[in-house]
Design a protein around this ligand. Sequence first.
Ligand code: FES
Ligand code: FES
Length: 190
Amino acid sequence: MATTPEEVRPVTTQKPTATRPTDTGPLPVRGPGPVPVTLTVNGAEHRVDIEPRVSLLSALRDSLLLTGAKRGCDQGTCGACTVHVEGRRVLACLTLAIACEGRPITTVEGLADGDELHPMQREFIACDAFQCGYCTPGQIMSAVALLDEGHASDDDEIREWMSGNLCRCATYPHITAAIRAVRDTTSDPS
Ligand code: FES
Ligand code: FES
């Protein structure tokens, strides 16, 4: 349908505000071109030159070559890109890398302790909790966070709090079993 002149969104000629006030004064302008960003991933600092619009997922995979976090939907619906930022699970495809400066990031590559797999990784193997494996890094990162959050009291709660992580191979019962196994072996029986 044709638009009348009144329906056309007015073009602003005002330049975007380059700074925003804070208690300590205006923040410096960064971007829109590549800027140096320091990311702390799995305990190591990395400096990358990226545009401020770059997602954490792209920075991890394309700049740091940490390809554990997977790009599934790239729009926040599948959970394949789940990583931890400051110990909390986030969708890396919806998180700006530049917003993670100074905040510790953990990816699935950082879960194991040397050759010793994280208990959740071990139970995913023991419970046969994957088929193609594409969703598995995100599932494991969510599962680890879920236990830390205290959302694993029963299978219903596990399913509810894992519902943001989709598995096209439908390994859900095995994923639930793996989480249950870690919960039962790590929780204090007293
Ligand atoms: S790739 Fe991030 S939620 Fe699907
Ligand atoms: S194991 Fe294939 S998508 Fe989950």
